[in-house]
Design a protein around this ligand. Structure first.
Ligand code: MLT
Length: 404
């Protein structure tokens, strides 16, 4: 009789955003006349920018002609895209990253989930708490768990680094270093971030302790303040301790189009073994690359016109973020984030749990957010709203919340 991977049985019933979606669908079924405004999952709403769409259409046409048709692409991504990434995301910022350190994929979520495969099952994990659930769930699936503490809802193989208003959402360096540390800055879900000096401390710690940093920079395009790093490789020594995950979802509206990349520097080694070689082997074996047409669309993201159009899109989302922050503050809530990230993190009122507040907001205002507890134990008592809605919906949602 076959056996299943029993680690899956250790997971919570369903993925956070699927659980929320189910609750919202039930609510809509019971209240078909109510207009529900979704500010829950961080999904973009503005259409693809004209320059990107043009590149996509052109690539589609190429696929219809014998002379310009493309079959399997190179394992690690087309050179035209990897070259644009290196030039515009790294060299321009003074980061010494080369083309063969870039691995193009169909998104940062997959890479964040898959990257743990090249590491030993015995490694301990460090995550900020609250945290993007994929980091923990993918390690639980692999069996990197230890024992479960029911009261704290934590795994013994995972070090949870609390990020709360008391420490300004800045994780402390753990006394006992975990082997693999996930960092996401600007942060999902708190919308807060680290300065370059604060991130440098993590890089120094990683190098000193022999820990690997898995740095998720999915929200980098939303940074508005000067001293906030856009890439971990802006910090000295990061190439010997950090892998960086990047996404086109939030900076270019590719949530439905799917494109991302991971940087694994060649200097990153475990003894004599190069992690770049391991990830290349994994990529080549299990993945056939993001579609040609999508990679061409990705290339257009870096064009002058593309950049100009995307700056407008991001400014629109950040206008929503400012509107939500201001509205919530005026309504008497404690509010964080929303300056370098499209997420607004707020304290729930009257000591409500985050799921109680979720139900309350849905029932009374028809507004969907994300309960902080879904991101980890320290998320309890907090709630996340996204700035990715349309401006009209954002304004309407805030009107409804103000009236509560
Ligand atoms: C979120 O809402 O946290 C994100 O959109 C989820 C994701 O990027 O996968």
């Amino acid at each position: 009789m076959f056996k299943i991977n029993e680690n899956y049985l250790k997971l919570q019933g369903s993925y956070l955003f699927s659980a929320i979606d189910k609750k919202v669908r039930n609510f809509i079924e019971e209240n078909p006349h109510r207009k529900v405004i979704r500010l829950g999952i961080g999904d973009v709403t503005q259409p693809l920018a004209p320059t990107i769409l043009k590149a996509l259409r052109k690539a589609v046409d190429e696929m219809g002609e014998k002379e310009t048709f493309h079959g399997y692409g190179p394992d690690l991504g087309y050179e035209f895209l990897r070259k644009a990434i290196v030039e515009k995301d790294y060299k321009k910022r003074g980061c010494d990253i080369e083309i063969d350190e870039i691995f193009v994929s169909d998104g940062a979520k997959c890479d964040a989930g898959n990257i743990q495969e090249i590491f030993s099952i015995e490694n301990t994990i460090g995550v900020c708490d609250p945290v993007y659930p994929v980091y923990v769930d993918s390690n639980v699936m692999a069996g990197r768990t230890g024992t479960y503490d029911k009261d704290k809802e934590t795994w013994s193989q995972v070090t949870y680094m609390p990020c709360t208003m008391e420490n300004h959402f800045i994780p402390e360096l753990p006394k006992k270093a975990p082997d693999m540390i996930y960092l996401c800055f600007p942060n999902n879900p708190t919308g807060t971030t680290l300065t370059k000096e604060q991130l440098q401390r993590w890089v120094d710690y990683g190098n000193k302790e022999g820990a690997i940093l898995l740095f998720d920079a999915a929200y980098e395009a939303y940074i508005s303040q000067e001293d906030v790093p856009h890439s971990i490789y802006e910090c000295e020594g990061a190439k010997t301790c950090a892998i960086e995950l990047k996404s086109f979802s939030k900076n270019a509206g590719f949530t439905g189009t799917r494109l991302g990349y991971t940087v694994v520097p060649k200097d990153l080694k475990c003894g004599e073994v190069s992690l770049n070689t391991l990830w290349a082997r994994r990529h080549g074996t299990k993945y056939n690359g993001a579609p040609y047409i999508i990679q061409r669309a990705g290339e257009a993201v870096y064009s002058k016109e593309g950049q100009k159009e995307l700056r407008v899109q991001i400014a629109n989302y950040m206008k929503n973020a400012a509107y939500i922050s201001k509205g919530l503050k005026e309504a008497g809530y404690e509010v964080f984030g929303g300056i370098n990230a499209p997420y607004i993190w707020m304290k729930t009122p009257d000591k409500m749990t985050s799921w109680e507040f979720f139900d309350y907001l849905l029932k009374e205002a028809g507004v969907v957010g994300t309960p902080g507890a879904g991101f980890g134990p320290s998320g309890e008592g907090y709630f996340r709203l996204t700035a990715f809605g349309s401006y009209e919906n954002t304004v309407e949602a805030m009107d409804r919340i103000r009236k509560l």
